[in-house]
Design a protein around this ligand. Sequence first.
Ligand code: DX5
Ligand code: ZN
Length: 222
Amino acid sequence: MTARINPSILSADFVNMQHDLDRIATADYVHVDVMDNHFVPNLTFGPQMVQRIQETSPIPLDVHLMIADPDRWAPGYAELGAFSVTFHLEAATDPVAVARALRARGSRAGVAVKPDTPVDALLDIVAEFDQILVMTVEPGFGGQSFMPGVLPKLGQLTRAISQQGCDVWLQVDGGVTEDTIVEAAAAGADTFVAGSSVYGHADPSVAIAALRRAAGEHPHAR
Ligand code: DX5
Ligand code: ZN
């Protein structure tokens, strides 16, 4: 398996963003957490900031929308040129329509589920998405502990994806460290978001390399 490591700039220094983007140049994608203080009890930034990050970042953007009404707002993030845009299943009225709107605008379409949200509703429609994000913490804040209890959802999704013969990346986000990434990879994840474990390191590129190595270490990783 080639693990994708996507550092989350939620743990970056917001007033030195250019510097903190340059520090993760060895990552695969930069994970951009958009929060609206409504879907989650925290506020980050909106499209103007995402546009500047898009213009500034050495690597493509993996935008994670923790916002209400993605049916209305998600396509605009694809229009900014994000590599992928992931919205929350719990917030969407018509998830398939949102995914199609994202793809039509040139982004990969991602859908996310909170820890308590089952993935059963996604199993028959996995082919509509390019990425499915299984949250391993309650969305809203960095620095929380990884919740291993959600990992069986990755097995359900892996089976549905292989039965339907499509290529859908499985992402985990929240509490990902050099230790927890091993069990997430073993459970079927191939794309890993890490905020505090990357930016908490004196040299983020060392942390990224360590995560990459640890993700590849499990014999059952796909
Ligand atoms: C949380 C965000 C995460 C967050 C992860 O709601 O979606 O992307 O930055 O942070 P860590 O890796 O510190 O748990
Ligand atoms: Zn995130």
